[in-house]
Design a binder for this molecule. Structure first.
Ligand code: SAM
Length: 224
């Protein structure tokens, strides 16, 4: 019987990969990648060569899912990875798992846990994490204002992912709706320029104004 493995991969530092993840990636018949070029960097770092790679993203037509289901039915072991971190966490994965559970209820689906920017950020932010809400990426338009109002009123720690193009916009909204909240930005986690920057939204906006070179890379925003 085949297995579908959902495999966590590094969020920057290529050393952050488990021994089990490497063994599974070495052993499976097919590796489904968000972007094969990104996954190839990880594979070549660990001398995993000659694997069958296929691109999987959830915007693709149902054909891809059908093909994957077909491979599993044929007894092929398949691993899914995303470009970084844990598949399904603001990345492709959920729809595939749902589909396989639906059409092949007996199929083994195993988690091969690894890093995620969510847990990495929370583990070093120094904010209460016994009870938090993860918002993924915020909507650009519909529901955005309501969400910022919810963030302002919440007693729980709130956490979201943001791109460098929108980080200042997000801070401006936090300044407007939640001016007294503590905001912690986790930037470039596990990479050379990793940073934790705490402050109010206003203080962080000032920081990025004077350090415009820091408005790049990858960001996790935590409001507590
Ligand atoms: N699946 C990934 C995970 O488990 O964290 C998340 C993928 S999502 C498409 C990409 C977003 O995750 C980035 O825009 C950023 O908000 C966050 N992220 C990923 N890597 C990061 C890093 N090294 N440092 C800070 N944030 C990161």
């Amino acid at each position: 019987m085949a297995t579908l493995y959902i495999v966590g991969t590094p969020i920057g530092n290529l050393e952050d990969v488990t021994l089990r993840a490497l063994r599974i990636l070495k052993e499976v018949d097919v590796i489904l990648c968000e972007d094969t070029r990104v996954t190839l960097k990880l594979l070549s770092r660990y001398e995993i060569v000659g694997k069958q790679l296929a691109t999987y993203n959830e915007q693709d037509s149902g054909m891809t899912t059908e093909k994957i289901v077909g491979w599993l039915e044929e007894g092929k072991n398949v691993a899914l990875v995303s470009d970084a971190g844990t598949p399904g966490i603001s990345d492709p994965g959920t729809m595939l798992v749902q589909k396989v559970r639906e059409v092949l209820p007996e199929m083994k689906i195993e988690s091969v846990p690894g890093p995620s920017a969510l847990t990495a950020a929370l583990s070093i932010a120094g904010v209460p994490v016994h009870d938090f809400v993860f918002l993924g990426f915020l909507p650009h338009k519909k529901g955005r204002e309501t969400l910022f109002k919810e963030i302002a009123e919440s007693e729980r720690t709130m956490i979201f992912y943001e791109s460098p193009h929108r980080i200042l916009k997000a801070l401006e909204s936090l300044q407007k709706f939640a001016p007294t909240k503590k905001v912690t930005i986790a930037r470039e986690l596990t990479k050379i320029y990793e940073q934790i920057i705490p402050g109010t939204a206003e203080e962080l906006l000032k920081y990025f104004e004077t350090n415009s070179d820091k408005v790049r890379g990858e960001f996790v925003v935590i409001i507590s």
